[in-house]
Design a protein around this ligand. Structure first.
Ligand SMILES: Cc1ncc(COP(=O)(O)O)c(C=O)c1O
Length: 449
């Protein structure tokens, strides 16, 4: 009997023993093509010799110091590398152990920034429905993932939520895509006015929505208008790139493709590539200066801030992305994956939408392409597809609730940046087989008829 308090206490898991490139192996020797990099984490794939070497070297030299007592070489070097790669105007980096912690600290930094400015009424954080910003109480409180919020709702800080930018579902008949993007963004202005601009500290959004909706980018013009609205009301813009950042969409930071610079960017997952648990808040010069020239100290802190081995591993990951030309590989392989998914699934009666950027792709299921009605959550379709895929040696990430918090099934794909064309073929083939098996077993054809 296992003494681990697993996520699901009643479903046994295969035991993974080894990883190599895009494949994971269980104790029986079965190979699994890791088509989601876990949860969009393993950007370099598994068993990367350079990252492993960097970890070994750092562990031998120095593993841990308290971040209030010392700085270290890997910590300084990683912060420098991240600022070099970040949009102009970003100045410093606050390191955490993961994505939720990064979001928690971005929220607190927003609050402290306004306290230092003498605007103590600013405390509200506005976010979007169908978004996920982490599972700690603060991050869950700002997030808009209804399913994950529900059991803890009475304990959460009340979040203010606007609609996501999701043209497939919310663009009106006859409305141009440009008008839709602006209409969606203008909801932020209405929300700020409702709250009272002097009470709002920040707006947080995933640049490309990940787990909750399945790789949904915003339409052109959306984030430019969001930036204008934030500037007009002096509200900070925090872009959560925990899932979509660090090269996943073909640029180091997803916001580069939106042509805007936020006030803070949260990153994690691909930052450590799965080799070490690490996250970060990338902070603008304005926020950095307000605090450094004000009280001089951020009122936060975690034991493992800037852990030396985590930083050394992450630095090796960032360097590998640059030195191996992986951003253009993400672009090239992302386009190929998109093409192959479209050729396999575009005519499938239950695939409503195929979307995403780079190697961050979503496949949304519907009962009918015309009505776009989702399947009943009671079928558990996305989980059934994931289970069928595991049987066939494919790891993909199931998502649900993307339509309205409860309904909607999608599959998220986020393979390592090193995936080859033959492996993309294997991915699409196994996904198609898994989809068909799950549809048959859950009687989806009869339900939809
Ligand atoms: C956009 C986004 N923000 C925050 C988080 C939380 O990160 P973590 O699970 O590392 O705490 C996630 C995790 O999936 C995420 O996708």
């Amino acid at each position: 009997m296992s003494h681990v308090f697993h996520r699901n206490l009643n479903a046994p898991l295969p035991k993974a023993v080894r990883g190599d490139g895009v494949y994971l192996y269980d104790e029986g020797g079965k190979a699994y093509l890791d088509a989601s990099g876990g949860a969009a984490v393993s950007c370099l794939g598994h068993g990367d010799a350079e990252v492993i070497e960097a970890i070994k070297k750092q562990a031998e030299q120095l593993a841990y110091v308290h971040s209030g007592f010392f700085t270290t070489e890997p910590l300084e070097a990683l912060a420098g590398a991240l600022i070099d790669s970040a949009p102009k105007g970003m100045e410093t980096v606050y390191f955490t152990s993961g994505g939720s912690e990064a979001v928690e600290n971005a929220i607190k930094l927003a609050r402290q920034y306004y306290l230092e400015r003498g605007e103590s009424s600013r405390r509200t954080i506005i976010a979007r429905r169908q978004s996920y910003h982490g599972n700690t109480l603060g991050a869950l409180g700002v997030g808009g993932n209804a399913g994950r919020r529900q059991p803890f709702d009475p304990m959460l800080v009340d979040g203010v939520h606007i609609a996501p930018c999701y043209a497939y579902r919310y663009q009106l008949p006859g409305e141009s895509i440009e008008s839709y993007a602006l209409r969606a963004a203008d909801e932020l202005e209405q929300a700020i006015l409702m709250q009272g601009p002097r009470n709002v500290a920040a707006f947080i959004a995933e640049t490309v929505v990940g787990a909750t909706m399945g790789a949904v980018p915003a339409e052109v013009g959306y984030f430019k208008r969001i930036r204008e609205i934030c500037d007009r009301y002096d509200v900070l813009l925090v872009l959560d790139e925990v899932m979509c950042g660090i090269g996943r969409t073909g640029t180091m930071h997803a916001c580069e493709q939106e042509g805007i610079v936020p006030d803070m960017i949260t990153v994690a997952k691909g930052l450590g590539g799965g080799y070490q648990p690490i996250g970060a808040v990338i902070i603008s010069q304005e926020i950095n200066n307000m605090i450094s020239q004000g009280s001089g100290a951020y009122k936060g802190g975690h034991t493992y801030n800037g852990h030396a081995i985590a930083c050394a591993a992450s630095l090796a990951v960032i360097q590998a992305i640059g030195q191996r030309g992986l951003l253009s590989k993400v672009d090239e392989m992302g386009n190929l994956l998109d093409k192959k998914l479209k050729s396999q699934f575009s005519d499938h009666p239950f695939i409503g939408d195929l979307r995403g950027r780079g190697l961050f792709r979503g496949v949304e299921l519907v009962t009918c392409k015309g009505t776009k009605l989702p399947f009943s959550p009671s079928l558990g379709l996305s989980t059934a597809i994931k289970n069928e895929a595991m049987e066939r040696g494919l790891v993909c990430y199931p998502g649900y609730g993307g339509v309205d918090g409860a309904r909607g099934d999608h599959i998220l794909l986020a393979p390592p940046f090193i995936i080859s064309e033959a492996q993309i073929d294997e991915l699409v083939f196994k996904l198609a087989e898994s989809l068909e098996a799950a549809l048959q077993k859950s009687h989806a054809y009869e339900v939809a008829a």
